[in-house]
Design a protein around this ligand. Sequence first.
Ligand SMILES: NC(=O)CC[C@H](N)C(=O)O
Length: 197
Amino acid sequence: MSAPVPKVGVLALQGAYREHAARLRGLGAPVREVRLPGDLDGLAGLVLPGGESTTMVRLMNEYALWAPLRDFHARGGALWGTCAGAILLAAEVTGASPAAPAQPSLGLLDVTVQRNAFGRQLESFTTPLEVAGLDVPFPAVFIRAPVITRAAPDVEVLARHGDHAVLARQGRVLASSFHPELTPDARLHELFLGMLG
Ligand SMILES: NC(=O)CC[C@H](N)C(=O)O
């Protein structure tokens, strides 16, 4: 008998959480949608999906999720943020312009993330991305995507697009600027499942 697959949660406040849940279930992982602090109980990992980070921040305030999510990480839970989810995990968030208002974040990944970094001309695009550890490029879908403009020395940059990091890992925390749940390629979901204790 193979080892039981650990339980994964998907933060289901807003955005592409159904696509992440479907992909993880397709890989055999039991998945729970997380909306309230108690939904984190017993999970080994949590995916924070793409969507609109300002909306997610408002709902995280409403459902009092900030401290429970930080506790989840402190207890050994793994987290993966994609696009807006990566913005939520960052230590520091900057806007597309210096005038953009400051935005709170969980501070679980020691990076600075710049929102909407590709500007209006490139609202969305797909590109084959070289990823450390993958032998064939990953089809990366970027939608009003952020980039990582600073990473602490112990953050491992796994992929870059142009000048900036777009996939990074620090211990049990993974962040991608793009949307792996919107392509049929399951390799990054497999990577995340492999990070769960
Ligand atoms: N596709 C996405 O998740 C876009 C992120 C969005 N631009 C934000 O700042 O939250």
